[in-house]
Structures are given as C-alpha cells and as structure tokens.
Design a protein around this ligand. Structure first.
Ligand SMILES: NC(=O)c1ccc[n+]([C@@H]2O[C@H](COP(=O)([O-])OP(=O)(O)OC[C@H]3O[C@@H](n4cnc5c(N)ncnc54)[C@H](O)[C@@H]3O)[C@@H](O)[C@H]2O)c1
Length: 258
C-alpha cells in the first residue's frame, strides 16, 4: 500500500455498503449511523414512537451525501421486521451490515417486577435481535458475506440488581451472537457483540440521580462513556479490517466489568 492511501484514511471504508441499524433515531444507534455514513455507508434504520428524532436523524444523515431511509417498525414484531427487511432490500438493493441496537429497560427488583415488564424487555431486546437476524440470515448466506453486530451490555456478563429482565436479554444476545457466529462463519458472515458499560444517552439519563452517580463511581475511569466510543467499535467490527473476528464480545466500559 502506498503512503498516500494511509494519508487518505482508506481504512474502515464502508463506501457502497448498506447498513441496517435498529433504534437509530437517537443515542447509540444514531451515533453508529452517523459514523457509518461518514465512512460512506448507505443507512436504513428502524425506530418506534420517536418520529421527530427519526426525521432529524434522517436529515442529518442525508446531509452526509449517502442514501438514507427511516422505517417505523417494532423490532419485537416478527412479521413487521420481515416486511421491513424485504422493503429495505427493495429500496437499497442489498444489505451488507446489520446492527441490532434497539433496546429498552424496565428496571425493578424481581420481587416487584411485573410479568409484562419481563416479557417486554425480552421481546424488544432479545427477540428483536432474533427477528432481525433471521430476517437477513438467508440474504447474507446467499451472498456469502455480511456483518452482524449486536449491542449487548456488561449487565449481560456481570448481572445487575434490579435488571434481571435486561440482564437475561443481554446474556441471551451474547449466547445468540456466538451461536449464529458458529452457524455462519463458513459463509463469510461475522457475528459479534459489543457490551457497553455506562454510556451517556437518554436511557441512562432516565435513571435516578443517585443510581447514576453510583454507577459512575464504580467505573475505574470515573466517567460515563460517550456514544462515539460504541460507534467507533461498531465501525471497526463492520469494516473489512475486522474480517477474521467472529463470535467475539467486546466490552466498551471504561474498565467497569474487568
Ligand atoms: N446507554 C447505556 O449506558 C447502555 C449500556 C449498555 C447497553 N446499551 C444498549 O445500547 C442500545 C441503545 O441504547 P441507548 O442508550 O442509545 O437507548 P435510547 O433509549 O437512547 O435509544 C433506543 C432506541 O431504540 C429504539 N427502540 C426502542 N424500542 C424499539 C422497538 N421495539 N423497535 C424499534 N426500535 C425501538 C428507540 O426508538 C431508540 O431509537 C440498547 O440496546 C441498550 O440496551 C446502552
């Protein structure tokens, strides 16, 4: 490689690729979408109950000169996600990268956790990841290439009091990541997970002040992570440079779960 190519930063180039990102109307998903678009990727993103932010995200992505479209779709709806993926393939031609990022929390000790709060968190976080992965599975298999990046959490590795539903979903995502990675490795498809620690987004802003302070105090780096920290890791995993990495879980947590 000649030196000018290094200077032009040809690394992590996603030009001509289409990424599908769930939950990209704000937070981590939006940061991933912006990062990928800056590297040339076209973006199809899913969102729900967040039309204003979704319109803003669509506008900001379009300003980067890539093709972009937002789809209102609940990731926990099996038939809805199937239809959305078919529509995206029709609109964009093909899909190269899937980022399963959409997620919710419904915290509470198990003693008081309602059945519907357990079901809801499993359905959006874990079943949503299943629905979307199943939706692109054959498409990726036939093309003999593809990248799947699942946003898990350090809570899925270490557990967390008050988050038995969320921890179960995220641990499930890690198991699913490794299983699908084994199924698709010989087809040129990589499947990896990112386990963020405590990242400054609307999700963590909704936590009680005391819980937020305690969470930050428990981080060796003594600060919350930024959405860009997760987006940078997602970009690496989506790139050609990460072609030989699969079934991996990368913690991005300021040392929280070491
Ligand atoms: N923020 C953190 O500290 C942190 C830590 C670990 C893991 N995570 C994970 O990162 C991901 C993003 O988190 P965030 O903090 O950016 O959250 P956020 O609440 O800011 O954004 C969540 C996004 O998901 C979308 N969404 C929610 N339910 C959906 C559904 N049923 N169908 C489609 N879209 C849906 C929302 O529209 C939104 O765009 C989640 O999976 C979360 O569990 C976050």
């Amino acid at each position: 490689m000649i030196l000018s190519e290094y200077r032009g930063n040809t690394m992590f180039n996603l030009t001509g690729k289409t990424a599908v990102i769930t939950g990209a109307s704000r937070g981590i998903g939006k940061a991933i979408a912006m990062k990928f678009a800056k590297q040339g990727a076209n973006i199809a993103f899913l969102h729900i109950f967040d039309a204003e932010n979704a319109a803003q995200t669509e506008k900001e992505l379009a300003e980067l000169g890539v093709k972009v479209k937002g789809y209102e779709c609940d990731v926990s709806d099996f038939n809805g996600t199937k239809a959305a993926i078919e529509q995206i393939i029709e609109d964009f031609g093909e899909i190269h990268i899937l980022v399963n990022n959409a997620g919710i929390i419904r915290d509470g000790l198990m003693l008081s956790m309602k059945e519907e709060d357990f079901d809801k968190v499993i359905n959006v976080n874990l079943k949503g990841t299943f629905n979307m992965t199943k939706g692109v599975y054959q498409h990726f298999m036939k093309k003999r290439r593809g990248r799947i990046i699942n946003i898990a959490s350090v809570v899925g590795i270490n557990g967390n009091a008050g988050q038995s539903n969320y921890a179960s979903a995220k641990a499930g995502i890690i198991g699913m990541t490794k299983s699908v990675a084994k199924e698709l490795a010989s087809r040129g498809v990589t499947v990896n997970a990112i386990a963020p620690g405590f990242i400054a987004t609307d999700m963590t802003a909704s936590m009680p002040e005391k819980a937020r302070e305690a969470a930050i105090a428990a981080i060796p780096m003594k600060k919350a992570g930024q959405v860009e920290d997760i987006a940078n890791t997602a970009l690496f995993l989506a790139s050609d440079e990460a072609a030989y990495i699969t079934g991996e879980v990368i913690k991005v947590d300021g040392g929280m779960a070491m």
